[in-house]
Design a binder for this molecule. Structure first.
Ligand SMILES: O=C(O)CCC(=O)C(=O)O
Ligand SMILES: [Fe+2]
Length: 163
């Protein structure tokens, strides 16, 4: 799915949010001053996150990206993918995110945190700082596969209609 090395990824983390359940804004990667965070794992920083939505609360529970001002509503069986790090290895501040409180329903998610180790050649340093993937699994060799679209049709939904 991502074309990244999964041997060095962390075990799947599963989370459940009841009514009012939320997660304050944070980064999934370790920042420069927290360089020891993943030292014991020996697999480097969290290069990318895959967030699987395993249920769909009817109101609330969106994943909000505070810097890019974008909210993704949980849609059962969807997966959300983002790179936490720029290609040169620094954390991307635009990845700051939070889970909004669940208002009605129940929210189950699971996360797969993918690490840097083993991805040195799969996701090599960019030549320019603006070099960035165009879609999940982009190896820089061609267009997005038509039979595996990267965007959920539900992403276009109006967040405000759900609260
Ligand atoms: O539940 C969500 O929408 C986000 C969860 C999250 O950011 C995390 O577990 O690191
Ligand atoms: Fe997170």
């Amino acid at each position: 799915m991502t074309n990244l090395e999964m041997e060095t990824a962390e075990e799947l983390q599963i989370a459940n949010y009841g009514i009012g359940g939320h997660y304050d804004p944070h980064f999934d990667h370790a920042k420069k001053e927290e360089s020891k965070s993943f030292e014991s794992l020996g697999t480097g920083n969290r290069i990318a996150t895959v967030l699987f939505y395993m249920s769909q609360p009817s109101h609330g529970g969106g994943t909000v990206f505070t810097e890019v001002k974008s909210t993704v509503l949980p849609t059962k069986n969807d997966a959300l993918f983002w790179y936490n790090l720029y290609k040169q290895g620094d954390g991307n501040p635009d990845t700051r995110h939070a889970a909004c409180p669940v208002l009605v329903g129940i929210k189950w998610v699971s996360n797969k945190w993918i690490h840097e180790k083993g991805n040195e050649f799969r996701r090599p340093c960019g030549l320019k700082s603006s070099d960035y993937e165009r879609f999940v699994g982009d190896l820089g060799t061609g267009p997005e596969p038509r039979n595996a679209p990267n965007l959920s049709p539900d992403l276009g939904k109006n967040v405000w209609e759900t609260i």
